[in-house]
Ligand binder design. Structure first.
Ligand code: CO
Length: 143
């Protein structure tokens, strides 16, 4: 490893039951602006990114009952769902995490919202908090 893999906090994700109410609460309480909203069908979630300086609060709500976020809400209620760190190269960061003997949710990077490339580290390895690695833009082609 040549330097720190994590360059910034990209977002802190919070599971909520009413995403409109949560967006409104951040706006009214903190004057925080909605930067992006997206349905991520693959994950069965709707997400809203509320800007905080160069990072975001990501509000997550399920779009179907079998979505992982629906199961999370059922089991644990609303609250912190995961922390996402920005990395320069998601594949390289994920490899370093795996080489160090950690469990991962995603064996290879996959597309995230906003056209990013992401991978999740298993919370069993990361002290009980789901960790996401986020690279801006699509994964580069590798041969
Ligand atoms: Co996320």
């Amino acid at each position: 490893m040549t330097g720190p893999l994590l360059t910034e906090i990209d977002h802190v994700a919070i599971a909520v039951r009413d995403i409109d109410a949560a967006i409104e609460w951040y706006a009214v309480t903190f004057g925080a602006q909605l930067a992006h909203r997206e349905l991520v069908e693959r994950d069965g979630v709707e997400e809203a990114l509320v800007r905080v300086a160069e990072s975001y609060v990501q509000l997550l709500t399920p779009t179907r009952e079998d979505s992982p976020v629906a199961k999370f809400l059922e089991a644990r209620g609303e609250g912190l769902h995961h922390v996402a760190y920005r990395v320069a190269d998601c594949a390289e960061a994920l490899d370093a995490v795996k080489r160090a003997g950690n469990r991962v949710v995603d064996e290879t990077p996959r597309p995230g919202s906003r056209g990013t490339t992401i991978a999740f580290v298993h919370p069993k390895s990361s002290f009980g908090t789901l960790v996401e690695l986020v690279q801006e833009g699509p994964a580069p082609r590798r041969n």
